[in-house]
Design a protein around this ligand. Structure first.
Ligand code: BGC
Length: 720
């Protein structure tokens, strides 16, 4: 359909029809069923039956047969034959579940991320879905916030790379193609920084911080072609993002040229009244229309107010038409006018969902995403008798929050995977999983120590319940539960070699048990094939290669702790100086830094070389151990002196490389003017020549560093 047809359709619409295109509801409401799968406070809205069936898109519908029926029923009632859009949260898998996004970040592997997102899209598309509310490009620094699991971590560049790869995977070259879905990047903006890590809490930061850290990944997502953007629940500079003209008009549309659809988060439009920026529905609707918010998700403000607002001259017809046109253009971009069912196909569903190819991909992805945090010569396990204990020993609840149609009951457990790959030399104890509502697992520690007495190595499969991560799961205590800590201490106390396999959606506070663990494998919530992947690593069939996308704190009081912070005037340098920026009872550095991850082999970085024209930095990386393995070479910069403070280091490039024992590789990175530029006080993207530190290393704490000087005037040239 061409643009003229779309404009004709818009011109022919009644105001009610337009308002309903701009409203997203759950299909349960259309069929007047009990709402399921919904995330917000449930309220009763007064839509007439007739109006309900004019909604332009629906949230949370699933399954080809149901979606075909819904589209058919809808079109049978539709005057203009404008098809419905189906959207839902396919965050890290539809039925085959990939590792959680925070773990995906640890792969530092955009290609594999893209491949996995393409598989996820194939499943979702076959089930009839058109749009997924993913990726979440929110930068995160506070593991008290349960939604860190949905982010790819604390670095703007890595987040941008992972978000863009995810979008390419979902949308391909054109989301209308078979097996593709459209991507809605969220939550715009800065949702990842709620005060105190408390869900939905106020966000407040300077423009500089917003531009340095929080905005870049969304921008990368827009550049990768994301079809939609979801505004966030939080405020930014005292204005809720839902009605922020600064964010939705100036940054998104004017600066970044975004032409797609913006949707609110769940019932966020009516929540403007709670935020106290609107005294009633009318004011809430007016503000959102002015901000260019195209779709209101799950509340009835637009439907109830647009006519009156127009009559009173508080909004214009043009503003409404702009929104509706963008929505119809998205439907057109998805090819729905020609084929309203898109890829919905029960046979394809049967063939694709949870198919062996997707499970194999999920296993590969999970393997790359797990991070070996500690290993004192115990891993990989090659012989002897293995003991397995802890709440994650024998559960399929390892998919992680937002696992869509994932199947915990069909998910292989660690015990099953160990039996399949290791065989019989295995003893188990204290394997009860968490129960919803119970604070801890039962204390069977004594019995466990007794039962595992003859084991050479004890795997403690510990962590946090998956339902304690995701939306509305903020916590102030990030330690393992008392009985899990007790189990680790007791096994260690009994002289066992303890290998902790940690299942979590966030960096936990593991310092209290670290001493008593001989090895720690951070498995995250690894998805449908996560148990097999963990066993691949534990037994050395695959060499760990994940690197942290988020720093681990030394304790909860140290949060937020992240690598790319600004420096103070009194950096923590000399211990004896009392008046430096530090804690009395804890170091400033994290327990494990961003970019960190061990392997069963060792890698060294040789001396770093900067090319004469300053445009290239290179380093020789050598596998100095006895196994082949992969590592992530990371390039950071620091602007040593600028008109505003700059982070102590910023990741600007990375490369995942694979080396055989004894093999060396020359890894070269370009240094571009773009990498050295930033937003100045006037919010201008500027380039200020001078001194810069270039750094290369295998994590953010251990780097080779060289200072370069770029004379004034160099900025005019293309290369440095
Ligand atoms: C979440 C969004 C999600 C939406 C729809 C909200 O509560 O914040 O991330 O996309 O619900 O399920």
């Amino acid at each position: 359909m061409d643009r003229k047809h779309i404009l004709d359709l818009v011109a022919d619409m009644s105001l009610e029809e337009k308002a309903m295109q701009m409203t997203q509801l759950s299909p349960d409401l259309l069929y007047q069923l009990t709402p399921t799968n919904l995330t917000g406070p449930l309220r009763v809205w007064k839509f007439s039956d007739e109006a309900l069936w004019k909604t332009g898109s629906v949230l949370g519908p699933l399954g080809a047969a149901f979606l075909k029926k819904l589209q058919k029923d809808y079109l049978a009632k539709s005057r203009q034959q404008i098809p419905l859009l189906f959207m839902t949260d396919v965050i890290h898998g539809y039925v085959t579940i990939m590792p959680i996004p925070l773990a995906q970040g640890c792969t530092f592997d955009p290609d594999l991320t893209e491949e996995a997102a393409a598989a996820v899209a194939r499943e979702a598309a076959a089930s009839g879905l058109h749009v997924t509310f993913s990726p979440m490009a929110d930068l995160v620094r506070d593991p008290r916030w349960g939604r860190v699991m949905e982010s790819s971590g604390e670095d703007p560049y890595l987040n941008g790379q992972i978000a863009a790869a995810t979008i390419r995977g979902y949308q391909g070259k054109d989301p209308r193609e078979k097996g593709r879905i459209a991507s809605c990047v969220k939550h715009f903006a800065a949702y990842g920084q709620p005060e105190g890590g408390r869900e939905y809490n106020t966000v407040d930061m300077s423009r500089g911080v917003l531009r340095d850290f929080y905005l870049p990944a969304y921008r990368e997502a827009i550049e990768a072609g994301a079809a939609m953007v979801m505004s966030s629940f939080n405020t930014v500079e005292r204005v809720p993002a839902t009605c922020s003209r600064f964010l939705l008009r100036r940054v998104l549309r004017e600066e970044w040229g975004f032409e797609g659809v913006v949707i609110s988060d769940y019932s966020a439009v009516e929540e403007l009244m709670n935020h106290s920026v609107a005294c009633d529905d009318m004011e809430a609707g007016e503000k959102c229309v002015h901000a260019g918010l195209d779709i209101e998700m799950m509340s009835g403000v637009y439907a109830g107010t647009l006519q009156q607002l127009l009559d009173q001259g508080r909004i214009t017809r043009e503003e409404i038409n702009e929104c509706v046109t963008r929505i119809l253009e998205l439907k057109n971009r998805m090819g729905l006018f020609e084929n309203p069912f898109k890829d919905a196909d029960e046979e394809e569903e049967e063939r694709l969902l949870y198919c062996p190819e997707h499970l194999e991909l999920a296993r590969r992805f999970a393997r790359e995403s797990m991070v070996l945090l500690k290993n004192q010569g115990v891993l990989p396990v090659s012989r002897g008798r293995i003991g397995l204990a802890g709440p994650f020993s024998d559960t399929g609840n390892i998919l992680g929050g937002w696992h869509c149609e994932g199947k915990p009951d069909r998910t292989q457990t660690l015990l099953q995977a160990l039996k399949a790959q290791w065989g019989e030399g295995l003893e188990t104890a204290m394997t009860e999983h968490f129960i919803h509502g119970e604070a801890d697992v039962p204390d069977r520690v004594e019995e466990a120590v007794e039962r595992l007495r003859d084991c050479d190595i004890c795997i403690a499969a510990v962590g946090e319940p998956e339902w304690d991560t995701g939306e509305a799961t903020s916590r102030t205590n990030l330690r393992l539960t008392p009985n899990q800590e007790k189990l680790i201490h007791a096994l260690h106390g009994a002289g066992k070699k303890v290998v902790a396999v940690l299942f979590s959606g966030r960096p936990l506070d593991i310092a209290p048990v670290l001493q008593d663990c001989d090895a720690v494998l951070q498995a995250w919530f690894p998805g449908s094939a996560g148990a097999a992947a963990a066993v691949d690593l534990l037994l050395g069939k695959y060499n760990p290669s994940g690197h942290l996308s988020m720093s681990f704190p030394r304790n909860t009081g140290q949060i937020p702790v992240y690598y790319n912070h600004y420096e103070t005037g009194r950096p923590e340098t000399e211990k004896e100086n009392h008046y430096t920026s530090r804690y009395l009872d804890c170091a400033n550095s994290p327990l494990f830094p961003f970019g960190y991850g061990l392997s069963y082999t060792t890698f060294t970085c040789g001396e770093m070389k900067v090319s004469e024209d300053l445009g290239k930095v290179s380093v020789r990386v050598r596998n100095t151990g006895e196994r082949s393995g992969e590592t992530v070479v990371q390039m950071y910069i620091r602007d040593v002196s600028a008109s505003v403070v700059r982070p102590v280091m910023e990741l600007k490039a990375f490369r995942r490389i694979s080396l055989e024992p004894g093999e060396e590789a020359q890894v070269e990175f370009s240094v571009t003017k773009e990498m050295l530029s930033f937003y100045n006080e006037e919010e201008k993207w500027v380039w200020e020549p001078g001194a810069f530190d270039l750094m290369v290393g295998l994590d953010s704490e251990h780097v080779e560093r060289e200072r370069i000087f770029i004379p004034a005037g160099t900025g005019e040239q293309e290369a440095l």
